[in-house]
Each structure stands twice: as structure tokens, then as C-alpha cells.
Design a protein. Structure first.
Lengths: 347, 286, 292
């Protein structure tokens, strides 16, 4: 147990951030998020938006895979459902973006529940494969239900509007993406302080004995699917507002693998892990791009090698973390924290 | 809400209730393919008692437990709990009715702390819905606070596990894990507690602690206990009623010492032979 | 209905199915012995096909030398994969290992792109090109000969699996790892061996598939169809892989011919969903009893 953290009541001991230092960091982080658009250029904000969208979707997948133990390779497809719903509502109805996003979330959640239905009968790998099937089938729907989805050429949609002003540039859309991400992260963290979150973890760790404790497996597995795909749907909706062009190829199976990689690298079953993983995995290609920029004067082929190297690094990270640090970046973070907690004295 | 929970747990068994059967098993038969695990097993568990099921390895004790808690659907016969036939009731619903159990090979959640494991026991009795959970502030927080208070003050204190409340269960010794499992079962506010080999693999001191806890559960908490156990010493010391089964059938049942002295029980444990010598061996071993 | 067309499509479907069966065989072999669901099966096929290009076009070796060299090299690759990536994961939960193989697939794709670029390649033509007629129905020679080779490989494998001592060790390991270990079977060695053999089979599959349709780094998609095959057949059933391979090949080809190319995946994956709902452990798979 950490020293200097004596509590006087149970509420304090159950708090999300239990030390003043943690609360201070949290406030600093939120302040930084608010100050960001005033301090940095469009490209940096563009990247931050992308990271935030990925955080929402990764956190959703973490709830399902990291906390409930149900592996899904359908997260990108669920995002697609959300993105199409937002685009269609924006194009045909012009309803407020918040409503569109919520509908996108519920739409994706509904699809998630349907995909999750086999989860009582099949588990583990079979379920993962069922979610691959779901993404193939959803991709088919996106590409071939032309009257609604625009077929292979997809949909272009108008920007979101907020009290009459249109959100076009990254620093404008940012004000939609950032608060929603923060709220959804708090929601996810809160979930695991209550019986619902505990039930998810129980299902992950030993799903048969969870039943003896009165946890209804099907209900909670479906709930996990629903929450996870709700997050994906909202993330997809944000994605749609951010890029404003949606095609069936926008949400490939590889993207689902990306989210899976993000929770592996970040740390399964840890909200912080999902955040770290999404940041890390989104930034890796950017770092590689920068390295190519540095290298290309000396080594002209660098640009050509960039794409395959990215793919290799992506796979190698998955392998590396699974073998050497299965608890991911979150665990590395905890180790660093432990180290500095009593620094310079050894614990 | 808190007051009702506490009073439920604290209620001492009333004298009349002691005569009532809280659980009755009638003609239970179960087979896996050609193997007959249970054949027409019948017995009753009186409210407020400690009833033990004994029998050699492979006699069908765990199958019996799994049928009572609803994992196996018996081919024939009934399980009645609180005067109601529960044959068609799924395990989670039996839990909600007040049936708690522990497992022979510990079924704790390895990824959670001791505290969270125990809190999980209350799952069926909490009402927090998804929206409240996501917001946390408000009803969810009040529920969690009340739960934490009760777990701390009634269960963790009682079982003397306050020093490990924030440890991960994977890091605990076998004896402590068994104790945490009991804590979790108690958090379920059970009316009956099914213990599957509560002291298997424990040393003498841990066994004695566990015996004390089981008796306290019966006397202070007013919870009926049904256990499967091999440790004859423990069974003889704390049981009010003993049922001996072998080859899936009830051989005999009754008071501990009557059962212990029963020739069929002795031969079930020690093989056939001259009953008098076997009896001597059997007693010497204890 | 044009029965000639129908039967020609059927033949082509069986031909395609034969190749699925080969890939499915390699998949089931790994699963049966090591309980690893190898999501990189398509990529392993791809690696085999590219290694063949390396020998036959890159080094300009004759086909009949390139083929055995490819098989050996891919086998070696399989062994290396087992030792470096799969072995450290022994004892981890099935889902972690499953994800390791996803990472592996990604690495293989990247490596292939570095050496050969992202564009599709054609393999050196070595399959006879005179048309085959079965009755009146025409069968593409590549598919026909591909099927014949596939059938021979499968037959050979089954004979070896049943009779050779190593095959017996393998089956023992598949049955119960701990028991096999205690009977003196060198389980880690069996694991390596299984990956080597499976990679060799994958190499043959890759060469055949590549000769028919060319190769590209996106060949991993082929692995998805193989996945459908083994799930339908049952993950741990060799016979299931063979039958389901043919079955999926037929379904896919008919869907492609009568409904259009975009329906191929839809058809096979809908079938997959149906199987998962009706018979989750596949047509011939073993239903594992859950222990408390």
C-alpha cells in the first residue's frame, strides 16, 4: 500500500483518483486539452482529434475484450455503422449532431447485441471468428445497399453545425470530439466501480462460477457487447464528422485489428491502458513518417519502405507486448510511478 | 435499505424454524452417458443445521452439489429449496433465492482484489442500473458506500482478512483463498451455504479456523450449512447431521457418531473385510 | 438451367475446395497438436508463394529445384516462428496466442512487401496448360492439376499421420499434452515439428494458389476463407477440413458464378454464422466439456 494515503471514510477510499497528486494531474490534463487549440497548429490538432476518436473506440473494445474477455474483431465495422448513421441523418434530416451521435451509438449497440447473441453458445476464439463474419457481412451491406449507403463510392456529408456555425477545420471539430471523449472515458471508468463492471470482470475470469454469484451470463455479455459497440458507434460518428467522406473501405478488418493491438499494447482490462494504447498506436506511424523525413536525404528509398515497415512495426508491437509485457503500457506506467513515488529512496 | 440488509443477516434461527427443511433432495438421479453418478438420492437439510455429505472419492458428492446448485440437470428427481421446486431454476436465480456455494478447487476471480471479489458476492442483491453506473454520482455511489461499509464491518472483520483486502487473490495462500471464497459466499446473504471441501489441503491451524468460522456462520449469522468434506474429524465435530453416499447412492444418514459407526460406511471407506478390525483402524486413524 | 455450365462451375468449385482443404489441413494440424488458432495461415501461404518466386524468378532456378527448396525454406520459417514467437507463449491463454498470430501475419505481410513490393506477381508457369475435359465439362488445367496435387498431398499426409512413429507422437500430443509429456514424448519437439510440417504444407498450398491466381501481399484474405473452412469442419478434425474445404469451395464458386463476385465472401461467411449458431463446434469437431 502507498504511504501518505490514509483515508477517513469509505467514499474517499473508493474514489477514482485517490491522491491529491493524481487529482492535480487530472486537472492539468483537462486544462491542457482546453488550451491545446489555442497553442498548436492545425496538423497537431488533426492528430489529437484522430487520437481522441481512437481512444473512444479502443476504450469500447477494452470494455468488451479487456474487461469481459470476449474477443471482437468487429469494432471497426461497428464504427462503420455509427458513421453511416451519422452521415445519413446529417444528409437527409439535418438533425443536431449530438442527437445523431447518440442515435449512432444506439444503432451500433443494436448491431453489437445481434452479433453478441451467439456469445452464450460459443466463446473465445469461435466468438472472435463470429465477429469477423459480422464485419464481412456489414462490409457487404455498406458496399451493396447502394440506395442508402451510396455503394462503393460512399457518402459525402455536410459538416456539423453548432448554433449556426459550421465545424469544418480540425480545431473546430475538436470542440465536439474532446468533451465527448472525456465524458465517455469517465463513464467507462465509473462502470468498473459498480456491480456491472465487477460482473464483467467476473465473466472474464471464470464465467461459470460467475453464474453461482447470480450473474446472468447472457445478459451481461450482451450488455458488454452493447456498451462496447455504443462506444464504437459514437467513435464512428465522430470519425464521420471529422472526415466527412465515408466509404465501405473506411472501416476495414485491419482497423479492427488496430484496436485490438491498441488494447494489447496499452493494457487489457485497464481504462488507462486503452488510452495509452490508442495514443501510442496512432502516433507510431507519425513517428515513422518523421523518421522517413529525416532519412530520405541520406537514403532515398526510405519513402518506399515506409509502408511495409509500418506494417511490420504494427505486428511486431503486438507480438512484443504479448510476450514481454502482457499487461501493456499501463503496467510500465505503474512501474514508473512506483519508482518515482519514493524517489530517490528505494522501495 | 441498509437496515433491512443487516437485519436479514443478523436474524438468529427461531426455534420453530429449526424443524423446517430448508432444502430437500428427492430421488435425484443423474447419469453421464452410461455412468450413473447419482441414483435416487434423497435427504433433507434442516434449517439452521450443519449437514455434511461424506463418501469416498468418486462417490458422487460433487455431482450432487452441482445438481443442487443447478449446473447439472438431473435425469430424475427434485431439488426443493425453501419449499419450492427449483429444478427449472437457473443457477443465477438460485443465487438470488439465497443459495451460495464455494468450490472444491477455489473459483475466485484472479484479476480482482479480495475486496472486489467479496463485493461481487452481493451482485444479485444490488440494483444499480447501467445509466447509474456510468454516472456513478448519486444512487450508484450510495449503494457502493453502503456495500463497502457492510463488507468491511461484517464480513472482513468476521473472517479476519482485513490485512489482505487490497491484495490480488492470486497472491494469497491456499488457506486464505478458501477464506476469501467463504467471505464472498457470505456477501451473497445466503439462506443456505454449500461448501465443497472447505478444508481440503489445509493445515491443522487453518482447519481449526475454518471450523470456527463455519460454526459462527451457523450460530451468529443463522445460515444453514451443507458441506461435502473428507476430513472426518471436522465432520464429526461440527455436523448436526451426516449423509454418507457411495456409488451415487445414500448408504446411511443420521447423527455423526451413528453414521461413523455404521458398518457400510466403514467398509465404503476402508474396503470390505472384518468389520470389527476395520472399525478399530477407522477410529485409530482419526 | 444450363447443366453443362452448372457442372463446370461445380468442377471449378471442387478444384478451389481442394486447395482450401490443403490449407485447412495445415491449420487443423497446428490446432490439433498445439491448440493454437493460427490466424497467419493465409500469410504463411503467401510467404510460401513469394519464396517460390524468390527461387524460380529471383535466382532463376528451374521449377523442379525451386519447389523442394521452397518447401524446405518455408518449413524452416515455420520452425523459426514456432521457436521465437509461439514457444514463449506456451501456457498463455488461447486468446493471447491467437492475437500473437495476428501480429505474425502482419509482420509477414510487411516483410514480403519490403522484398517484393506491394504489387501483385505472377508465378512462373509450370502447370501444363492443355485443357481438361471431364465428360463434356471443361476444367481449367491449373485448377485441375492443382486439385490433383492437393489430393496427393492430403493422401500422403494421412498415410504418414496414421503410420509413422512421429505421427503417433503427434496424435498422442493432440490427445493430452501432459500425458504425452509423461510418456516420454518430447512435446516441445513435437510442437516444432508440427509447425515445420504445417508450413511445408502451406508452401505447397501457396505455390498452387499462387499459380492459379497470382500472388499479392493481400493474400492473407485467403486465410479468412480457410478460417471459414476449419470452423465449419471443426477446428480439430482433419476429415472435417477436407470435407468442409470442398464444400466451401463449391459454395463460393457457385455464389460467385450465379450471384456475382461480391457475394462470394457473403455466402461463405453467412454459412459460417449459420454453423456457429446451429453447431458451434463444427460438423466434425469435438465438443469440449466445460469443467467446473
Amino acid at each position: 500500500m502507498r504511504i501518505g494515503t490514509a483515508k477517513e471514510n469509505y467514499i474517499a477510499d473508493e474514489a477514482l483518483f485517490d491522491t491529491n497528486v493524481q487529482r492535480g494531474w487530472m486537472i492539468a490534463l483537462i486544462a491542457a486539452l482546453i488550451a491545446l487549440p489555442f497553442l498548436s497548429g492545425q496538423y497537431a490538432i488533426y492528430l489529437v482529434c484522430l487520437v481522441l476518436i481512437n481512444i473512444v473506440s479502443t476504450t469500447g473494445l477494452n470494455i468488451l475484450t479487456g474487461f469481459t474477455g470476449l474477443v471482437s474483431l468487429g469494432q471497426a465495422a461497428f464504427m462503420g455503422v455509427g458513421a453511416y448513421i451519422v452521415a445519413i441523418m446529417e444528409i437527409h434530416l439535418g438533425t443536431p449532431f449530438l442527437l445523431n451521435l447518440i442515435v449512432a451509438g444506439f444503432g451500433a449497440a443494436l448491431v453489437g447485441i445481434i452479433v453478441g447473441l451467439p456469445s452464450l453458445r460459443v466463446k473465445g476464439l469461435y466468438l472472435a471468428i463470429a465477429t469477423i463474419a459480422a464485419s464481412v457481412i456489414l462490409h457487404f451491406v455498406f458496399a451493396n445497399w447502394t440506395s442508402v449507403t451510396g455503394g462503393v463510392s460512399g457518402l459525402s456529408m455536410p459538416p456539423a453545425s453548432f448554433f449556426g456555425s459550421e465545424l469544418i477545420q480540425p480545431d473546430q471539430v475538436y470542440w465536439m470530439i474532446m468533451p465527448i471523449t472525456v465524458i465517455m472515458l469517465f463513464g467507462a471508468a465509473n462502470l468498473f466501480r459498480t456491480r456491472i463492471g465487477r460482473a464483467f470482470i467476473a465473466i472474464r475470469d471464470r464465467d461459470i462460477s460467475a453464474e453461482v454469484l447470480g450473474i446472468r451470463l447472457l445478459r451481461y455479455k450482451l450488455m458488454s457487447f452493447a456498451i462496447s459497440s455504443f462506444y464504437a458507434g459514437v467513435a464512428g460518428g465522430l470519425w464521420a464528422y471529422f472526415f466527412r467522406v465515408i466509404t465501405p473501405e473506411s472501416f476495414p478488418l485491419l482497423m479492427s485489428i488496430f484496436f485490438l493491438a491498441a488494447i494489447i499494447v496499452g493494457g487489457m482490462g485497464s481504462i488507462l491502458g486503452g488510452i495509452l494504447g490508442a495514443v501510442f498506436m496512432t502516433m507510431v506511424p507519425e513517428v515513422l513518417k518523421m523518421m522517413v523525413g529525416v532519412l530520405s536525404p541520406i537514403w532515398p528509398d526510405a519513402v518506399a519502405v515506409m509502408s511495409p515497415v509500418r506494417i511490420i512495426v504494427f505486428g511486431a508491437l503486438i507480438i512484443f507486448f504479448l510476450i514481454f509485457e502482457p499487461e501493456g503500457l499501463a503496467e510500465i506506467w505503474r512501474k514508473i510511478r512506483r519508482f518515482f513515488h519514493l524517489w530517490p529512496f528505494k522501495t | 435499505m441498509q437496515t433491512t440488509e443487516v437485519s436479514n443477516l443478523k436474524a438468529p434461527p427461531s426455534p420453530q424454524a429449526a424443524e423446517r427443511d430448508i432444502l430437500s433432495v428427492e430421488g435425484l438421479s443423474l447419469s453421464f452417458g452410461g455412468v450413473k453418478a447419482l441414483q435416487h438420492v434423497s435427504f433433507n437439510v434442516k434449517e439452521g443445521s450443519v449437514t455434511s455429505v461424506i463418501g469416498p472419492n468418486g462417490a458422487g458428492k460433487t455431482s450432487l452439489f452441482n445438481s443442487i446448485s443447478g449446473f447439472y440437470t438431473p435425469n430424475e428427481g427434485n431439488v426443493n429449496f425453501l419449499g419450492k421446486n427449483v429444478n427449472k431454476v437457473a443457477p443465477p436465480d438460485r443465487a438470488e433465492m439465497g443459495m451460495a456455494r464455494t468450490f472444491q478447487n477455489i473459483a475466485l476471480f484472479k484479476g480482482m482484489t479480495v475486496l472486489d471479489n467479496i463485493k461481487l458476492g452481493r451482485h444479485a442483491h444490488l440494483k444499480t442500473n447501467l445509466l447509474e453506473a456510468l454516472c456513478y454520482f448519486g444512487p450508484a455511489r450510495r449503494t457502493e458506500e453502503a456495500l463497502r461499509k457492510e463488507v468491511e464491518e461484517r464480513i472482513i472483520d468476521f473472517l479476519e482478512i482485513d490485512h489482505i483486502r487490497n491484495s490480488s487473490v492470486a497472491s494469497l495462500s491456499y488457506g486464505l483463498q478458501k477464506r476469501v471464497e467463504l467471505a464472498r459466499a457470505l456477501a451473497m446473504q445466503p439462506k443456505i451455504l454449500l461448501l465443497d471441501e472447505p478444508v481440503a489441503g489445509m493445515n491443522r491451524e487453518e482447519t481449526e479456523d475454518m471450523a470456527r468460522f463455519i460454526l459462527d456462520v451457523k450460530e451468529e449469522w443463522g445460515v444453514t450449512v451443507l458441506m461435502v468434506e473428507h476430513d472426518m474429524g471436522l465432520v464429526m465435530d461440527i455436523s448436526d447431521h451426516v449423509v454418507c453416499i457411495n456409488f451415487g447412492q445414500v448408504i446411511t444418514e443420521g447423527l455423526p457418531h451413528d453414521v461413523q459407526a455404521h458398518p457400510d460406511v466403514i467398509s465404503a471407506y476402508l474396503g470390505s473385510g472384518d468389520v470389527a478390525t476395520l472399525r478399530k483402524k477407522f477410529k485409530a486413524g482419526r | 438451367m444450363d447443366w453443362l455450365f452448372f457442372s463446370e462451375i461445380g468442377l471449378a468449385g471442387i478444384g478451389t475446395g481442394g486447395l482450401y482443404a490443403v490449407a485447412g489441413l495445415a491449420f487443423v494440424l497446428i490446432y490439433k497438436a498445439t491448440r493454437v488458432v493460427n490466424m497467419a495461415m493465409g500469410e504463411l501461404l503467401m510467404a510460401g508463394a513469394y519464396i517460390f518466386i524468390g527461387f524460380s524468378a529471383g535466382l532463376a532456378l528451374p521449377v523442379w529445384i525451386s519447389i523442394p527448396l521452397t518447401i524446405l525454406a518455408t518449413g524452416l520459417l515455420g520452425g523459426v516462428i514456432e521457436r521465437t514467437i509461439i514457444r514463449p507463449m506456451l501456457g498463455e491463454n488461447a486468446i493471447s496466442i491467437f492475437m500473437v498470430t495476428i501480429g505474425l501475419g502482419s509482420v509477414l505481410v510487411g516483410l514480403v512487401e519490403i522484398f517484393w513490393g506491394a504489387d501483385p506477381h505472377r508465378l512462373v508457369d509450370f502447370i501444363p496448360s492443355d485443357p481438361i475435359f471431364i465428360g463434356e465439362a471443361y476444367l481449367s488445367p491449373k485448377v485441375g492439376y492443382g486439385f490433383a496435387v492437393a489430393a496427393v498431398i492430403i493422401g500422403l499426409f494421412l498415410v504418414v499421420f496414421r503410420t509413422w512413429r512421429g505421427g503417433v507422437a503427434l496424435r498422442a500430443t493432440a490427445g493430452d499434452q501432459a500425458a504425452a509429456y509423461s510418456m516420454g514424448i518430447n512435446v516441445p519437439k513435437v510442437f516444432s515439428l508440427v509447425w515445420v510440417i504445417a508450413a511445408m504444407i502451406a508452401a505447397i498450398g501457396g505455390i498452387l494458389v499462387g499459380s492459379i491466381g497470382g500472388v499479392s501481399p493481400s493474400m492473407g484474405v485467403y486465410g479468412l476463407s480457410v478460417l471459414v473452412v476449419v470452423i465449419i469442419g471443426g477446428l480439430d478434425s482433419l476429415l472435417g477440413a477436407l470435407i468442409a474445404g470442398i464444400f466451401v469451395g463449391l459454395i463460393e464458386t457457385y455464389a460467385g458464378a450465379y450471384l456475382g463476385g461480391e457475394y462470394k465472401m457473403l455466402a461463405t461467411f453467412s454459412l459460417l454464422v449459420l454453423i456457429l449458431v446451429v453447431r458451434p463446434y463444427g460438423l466434425f469437431g469435438t465438443h469440449e466439456i466445460e469443467r467446473l
